[in-house]
Ligand binder design. Structure first.
Ligand SMILES: [Zn+2]
Length: 440
């Protein structure tokens, strides 16, 4: 019997998406109640129809794998638009850090819920996060139904006492996420960057990652200053420091990577490191150089896409990020042919899914049913000469109609049952945070 959407959230059932357009032609897609795609092909609907608990008519929709955001700080959504267009140091030390210092677990909960809401509305099904009060973030993610890799932002500032505290906080988060036993949420380690974390702590993270097979999320070579300071202070470039400490592994996702040289791209390839390209944040913070995509590609590096936090973006829309990535690479390498639309789609789907250990980001049997359905009658899809071109260059997240994450329907026809509650809660938390920041 077909269930209505009203009855559907929270319940697992099998789903048939009938006659939907994909990049490989028209398909019926059958999702088993385990959340895995069981069949995808032409005319399979006829045989699966009687088995499906729920049926989605796909004739006016496009189906694609859900988008994966490999670098963000979700709760920073509360700082959206709070401070923009300032010099980096002023922005950080006078605006962002003072407010971050006042954050409570409750703020992080509401900020993360808001971020999850925004990600679902714009077609993202999974993300990698690094922040504070991550137990509260984990609770927010669990309530949203998204997949996430969550890390505590480890910052010891080269102080041994602080190192002890950070190690404890990291171990606690890993233990509490494991205790949740939520298959959609996995723990990661989050050593922030070479300029905030000591070599001893980097080595400790590398050891824990290797021993327990836990992924590592880290910022790498974002600004020129990061490189020159590292060379000046330690006599090594950031990539050398991380390699020396054992941080460069196939379990590692390194964000930004703007100021890599050719040899460093080769080393990341050899070590199997995944890279997260964050073009909007890099442009907004004027880091002065685009991630060297052609060198990373040549080195066989798995390059993925991320938005970074909302304070430096200011949204979490990966459609916008795809377009910006494709344009930034073309502009900075003076080449119209670099990062074409199909490659950009791969970056935001399959590459991201592989980096976070979520399958291959494909609409194929055996893959997790992380699927988004897009309005093919929208202005941005009219005319529809080339599906990849429209998705990358003309669509935004607002063209997404329905989001399915591991077989769970998180949004149906742009309706998310808990949306209003989160808008209210996050608005109140953000207003209160700014009030506290003004000392009122
Ligand atoms: Zn970041």
């Amino acid at each position: 019997m077909m269930a209505g959407y009203e009855e559907f959230p929270g319940k697992r059932g099998s789903i048939l998406i009938e006659d939907v357009l994909t990049r490989h032609g028209r398909r019926d897609i059958f999702i088993g109640s385990s959340g895995i795609i069981e069949a995808a092909g032409e005319e399979i609907g006829r045989t699966c129809r009687s088995e499906a608990d729920y049926c989605i008519a796909g004739t006016e929709l496009l189906a694609m794998p859900g988008l994966v955001n490999t670098h963000t700080h979700a709760a920073m959504s509360l700082l959206r638009g709070y401070a923009d267009d300032l010099p980096l140091q002023t922005w950080l030390s006078e605006k962002i850090w003072p407010l971050e210092g006042l954050l409570t677990g409750d703020d992080v909960y509401w900020g993360t819920r808001l971020a999850c809401l925004e990600m679902i509305r714009s077609g993202t099904i999974a993300f990698a996060d690094m922040y504070f009060f991550m137990e509260d973030a984990a609770r927010a993610v669990a309530e949203s139904g998204l997949k996430a890799m969550l890390s505590y932002g480890f910052i010891d500032l080269f102080d041994p006492d602080r190192r002890e505290r950070e190690m404890k906080a990291t171990e606690q988060l890993v233990a509490s996420i494991r205790a949740m036993e939520n298959p959609k949420i996995q723990p990661a380690l989050g050593p922030h960057a070479v300029y905030t974390v000591s070599e001893e702590s980097l080595r400790w993270c590398a050891g824990m990652s290797a021993g327990e097979q836990i992924p590592i999320l880290i910022h790498l070579s974002e600004t020129e200053k990061e490189i020159s300071d590292a060379v000046h202070q330690w006599g090594r470039r950031p990539v050398q420091i991380l390699d020396h400490c054992g941080i460069l592994t196939p379990r590692t996702v390194a964000a930004h990577c703007c100021w890599l040289d050719h040899g460093e791209c080769g080393l990341l390839g050899e070590r199997g490191v995944h890279v997260s390209h964050n073009p909007v944040s890099n442009m907004k913070l004027a880091v002065g150089r685009a991630m060297p995509y052609p060198w990373l590609k040549e080195a066989g590096v798995n390059v993925t896409l991320g938005t970074d936090g909302c304070a430096s973006n200011n949204n979490l829309d990966l459609f916008e990020e795809m377009k910006t990535a494709a344009l930034l690479q073309k502009y900075s390498w003076n080449s119209q042919t670099i990062l074409p639309a199909p490659e950009t789609l791969f970056m935001a789907t399959s590459a991201g899914a592989r980096a976070l250990g979520l399958g291959n980001g494909a609409l194929a049997p055996g893959e997790p049913a992380d699927i988004i359905l897009i309005d093919r009658t929208a202005v941005c899809n009219t005319p529809l000469h080339n599906l990849a071109s429209n998705l990358v260059y003309s669509c935004s997240g607002s063209a997404v109609r329905t989001v399915i994450c591991h077989g769970d329907i998180l949004m149906k026809d742009r309706v998310i049952p808990w949306e209003a509650e989160v808008i209210r809660g996050a608005s109140a938390a953000a207003a209160d945070l700014v009030k506290r920041g003004c000392g009122e």
